[in-house]
Design a binder for this molecule. Structure first.
Ligand SMILES: Nc1ncnc2c1ncn2[C@@H]1O[C@H](COP(=O)(O)OP(=O)(O)OP(=O)(O)O)[C@@H](O)[C@H]1O
Ligand SMILES: [Mg+2]
Length: 250
């Protein structure tokens, strides 16, 4: 049986401001197994980035249970969450998020340098160079990110996401800032990583790229839809039904 990487049960997220509450996620059940490639799509505001930030422990849910490799992580303190995130999660963002003051090598090495346990220098160098080789960028190890094309920068960001051998790679609109040729090259690279066993969860607006995933999830209004387009889950609080006598005739 394939190892379960992620298990979310009844996950909700409510953003509360002085004026109003926004129910961004309304009960998400989601299991991701080793080697899965899951794509998430849906209209603007449906909760995609919220879901990704909860998956990546950048934020905590309002309710429900979330386990990574069998360990309950909902309700962790911020520093514990940061520790688990650094060990278990790799991120690839639309805007690359590389640091221009650092070389390509040092950008990729960053997650290892933030480890609680120091990674020996020789091992660090070997892992960084192996990841740069995976994305075909070893010849640019000494460059700065602003000396590279957009497609090359995204490949460096992929190498940085891989260097810690994460249990799960989270990808948010990876092609959003790329032209179609570079976008296709980045997607080919992600597909190849998945073929070699990396577990991926990707948000995208592009139906062509969403179709490359082995499992496609559609989000609407904070809920996952099933194949027919109806919500899979019941709302945690059902909408009140209006008694027939009170309904206004059209
Ligand atoms: N920090 C926040 N405070 C209050 N409301 C928020 C916050 N972040 C998101 N929301 C609300 O939660 C809902 C879901 O937002 P989210 O960013 O997850 O949508 P999305 O699916 O990623 O949209 P897009 O495709 O436009 O990126 C929206 O109604 C949004 O306004
Ligand atoms: Mg978003």
């Amino acid at each position: 049986m394939r190892e379960q990487k992620i298990n979310m049960q009844g996950i909700t997220k409510v953003y509360a401001t002085d004026e109003m509450e926004t129910h961004a996620l309304r009960g998400i059940d989601l299991a991701i197994y080793a080697g899965d490639f899951v794509s998430i799509c849906g209209p603007s505001g449906c909760g995609k980035s919220t879901l990704l930030s909860l998956l990546g422990l950048l934020d905590m849910p309002s309710g429900g249970s979330y386990q990574i490799e069998g360990k309950e992580v909902s309700g962790l303190s911020l520093s514990e969450a940061a520790y688990i995130r650094n060990e278990k999660i790799g991120f690839i963002f639309q805007s690359f998020n590389l640091i221009d003051e650092l070389t390509v090598f040092d950008n990729v090495a960053l997650p290892l340098r933030y480890r609680r346990q120091t990674v020996p220098k020789a091992e660090l160098e070997a892992r960084v160079m192996a990841c740069l080789k995976t994305v075909d960028m070893t010849h640019r190890a000494g460059h700065r990110p602003n000396q590279l094309s957009g497609g090359q920068q995204q490949r460096i960001a992929i190498a940085r996401a891989l260097v810690g051998s994460p249990a799960l790679l989270l990808v948010d609109e990876p092609t959003g800032n790329l032209d179609s040729r570079n976008g296709d090259a980045v997607m080919d690279m992600l597909c190849e990583l998945n073929n070699n066993g990396t577990t991926l969860c990707m948000v995208t607006h592009d139906p062509r790229y969403a179709d490359m995933a082995s499992r496609k999830l559609h989000l609407l209004d904070g809920r996952i839809l099933d194949a027919d387009g109806t919500p899979l889950q019941q709302t945690s609080r059902p909408e009140p039904t209006i008694p027939p006598l009170l309904q206004v005739a059209p």
